[in-house]
Write a protein that binds this ligand. Structure first.
Ligand SMILES: [Zn+2]
Length: 252
């Protein structure tokens, strides 16, 4: 047996002991919403907003959508912001991979390498997320210039950019978390709200309950729509993993 094999065998023994006769173990540490990543994303989008607003303001009397669009997109501030969106998506992945690794350590008592989560599929997902988030900014600016009545009102515009930041981080976080969970063979989660006064009643009722990713609960009682945490409009709920003994097949 090589030392790597010995180490792996020791980890497997430890995990088996933790599970005992059980098939499932919910994480002892709850998942949290990545508020710091969201704050950073808001700052990035506000920098784009500020430049867009200034440019729009300057052309108020000689409005030409194509000229404004080009000018905004060619500015260094915006190009740099796109780079920062990419880094922000990357950071979201690293943040959530580290959080999952800690949940594994707290629940199963084993120390895994962070590299384990860094797969080709994960790289692809993070790339796609960054690409799609950047495109969404471009499309939003484009649509705003096409709006029947172009919005010159500062606060309304600012809110559009802020909403874009938040909705994108929510969506990316849900996608990255789910992919990380799947890589560890996790198919169920504990619905976890932020437990503050912004949580909607229908989600408060889901808090602490276990669901399967493949059979999500009703998240919107009015429409009857089903979904996992983060699927509902502006939902900051997150999925705390329920580990299965099948995790042994995923830590090689
Ligand atoms: Zn929610």
């Amino acid at each position: 047996m090589t030392s790597a094999e010995r180490k792996k065998a020791a980890i497997e023994r430890k995990i088996k002991r933790k599970f005992g006769n059980r098939q499932k173990l919910a994480s002892k540490t709850k998942a949290t919403y990545p508020a710091d990543i969201e704050d950073e994303r808001k700052k990035i989008l506000l920098a784009i907003f500020a430049l867009y607003y200034r440019t729009l303001d300057r052309y108020q009397d000689s409005f030409d959508r194509d000229v404004i669009y080009k000018e905004v997109m060619n500015r260094r501030v915006v190009k740099n912001s796109f780079k920062r969106i990419r880094e922000n998506a990357e950071k979201l992945y690293e943040h959530q991979a580290a959080a999952l690794n800690k949940q594994i350590k707290d629940t199963l008592g084993v120390e895994l390498s962070d590299d384990l989560f860094d797969t080709k599929e994960m790289r692809k997902l993070v790339d796609e997320i960054a690409e799609s988030d950047i495109n969404d900014v471009k499309e939003t600016v484009d649509k705003l210039l096409d709006a029947a009545e172009v919005i010159f009102e500062r606060n309304r515009l600012r809110n559009i950019f802020l909403f874009l930041a938040v909705s994108r981080v929510i969506r990316s976080n849900a996608a990255i978390t789910r992919q990380l969970h799947e890589q560890m063979g996790v198919s169920e989660y504990v619905w976890t709200t932020q437990r503050d006064n912004r949580v909607r009643d229908s989600h408060r009722r889901l808090d602490g309950r276990i669901f399967k990713y493949s059979e999500p609960p009703v998240m919107n009682e009015k429409s009857g729509e089903r979904g996992n945490p983060g699927d509902d409009f502006g939902c900051r709920c997150v999925a705390t993993p329920v580990f299965g003994i099948n995790i042994l097949e995923h830590i090689a």
